[in-house]
Design a protein around this ligand. Structure first.
Ligand code: FMN
Length: 209
């Protein structure tokens, strides 16, 4: 059964642009995958914490020799990894915070980029272990950082996430970015602002089906 892992990272609830666009992607994905399964992961309600020295030690301890305490330390990571493993595709809503991804998304990344699970060292070089999956990133930014803006260099989200997913073996990565969302704080009409992005996201979902 086709499975989509739908992840959100914006703290802004119903007013979030990235959540609206990730939901739009999911609705269109469902149309082209009748009977498909959607796993939902809201990173703002997942109680994720920063990794610690003990966590790293547990991750690098061979599975068969891990203590009960080490297994408990990795339990949340195991849960998140199971969701990734079950999915053929990831659709992730991403807000721009301080020119980069929200901290909860970084916490998730630290939990799922795990030696022996999503990457391994082969002849001394890292190799991504996830194969045949794709990721679609639905991004909202207050300013505009697209081609021709002259501010492309300030968008750390795209190069970072492309590199990150490539590192764990997901090389089929697509982005849709709704730039200029800060206009919504200054009276721009939400429906009018969202409409072209909804259309573009629907087309992207169809193209990736
Ligand atoms: C804490 C915080 C930091 C932000 N940092 C930036 C930024 O560095 N650059 C930018 O263009 N917009 C920035 N914004 C604006 C958001 O990117 C914009 O509101 C976008 O819509 C966020 O996505 P969301 O609506 O899904 O939460 C920031 C907003 C917040 C709340």
């Amino acid at each position: 059964m086709a499975t989509l892992l739908h992840i959100d990272s914006s703290p802004m609830g119903a007013s979030s642009v990235s959540r609206h666009l990730s939901q739009t992607y999911v609705e269109n994905w469902k149309k082209s995958h009748p009977g498909g399964r959607v796993i939902t992961r809201d990173l703002t309600r997942s109680g994720l914490t920063a990794i610690t020295a003990e966590w790293v030690a547990a991750a690098y301890t061979p599975e068969e020799t891990r203590t009960q305490e080490q297994k408990a330390l990795l339990a949340k990571s195991d849960e998140l990894l199971a969701e990734v493993a079950a999915a053929d595709e990831l659709a992730i809503g991403v807000s721009m915070h301080n020119f980069n991804i929200p901290s909860v998304l970084k916490l998730w990344i630290d939990q799922v980029v795990r030696v022996g699970k999503t990457f391994a060292y082969v002849d001394g070089s890292p190799k991504g272990l996830l194969e045949g999956k794709k990721a679609t990133l639905l991004v909202a930014t207050g300013g505009k950082y697209g081609p021709g803006s002259g501010l492309e260099f300030l968008n750390f989200i795209e190069p970072y996430l492309k590199t990150l997913f490539g590192f764990i073996g997901i090389t089929d990565v697509a982005f849709h970015t709704a730039g200029g969302a800060s206009a919504l704080n200054y009276g721009a009409d939400r429906t009018e602002f969202l409409l072209p992005h909804e259309k573009a996201v629907a087309a992207l979902a169809e193209a990736r089906a």
